[in-house]
Design a protein. Structure first.
Length: 65
């Protein structure tokens, strides 16, 4: 083990906590809504989709164990 390994581990944990996005559909609804609209505006798709249409229905539910 390298003497600075723990420092690197702590730094990585701190970075991932700051850069990871929110989890769950509701917390990401705006992004899921905006992405298909931008895709359509740029001519990459013929239609736009509702945010809920992008995911399988069972993935829209949240659970805590």
């Amino acid at each position: 083990m390298l003497p600075w390994a723990m420092a690197h581990l702590e730094e990585a944990r701190g970075n991932s906590a700051r850069t990871s996005g929110p989890y769950g559909f509701e917390r990401n609804r705006d992004t899921a809504r905006d992405l298909p609209a931008l895709h359509f505006e740029q001519g990459l798709s013929k239609t736009t989709a509702a945010a809920e249409q992008l995911f399988a229905p069972e993935t829209l539910e949240s659970f805590k164990i």
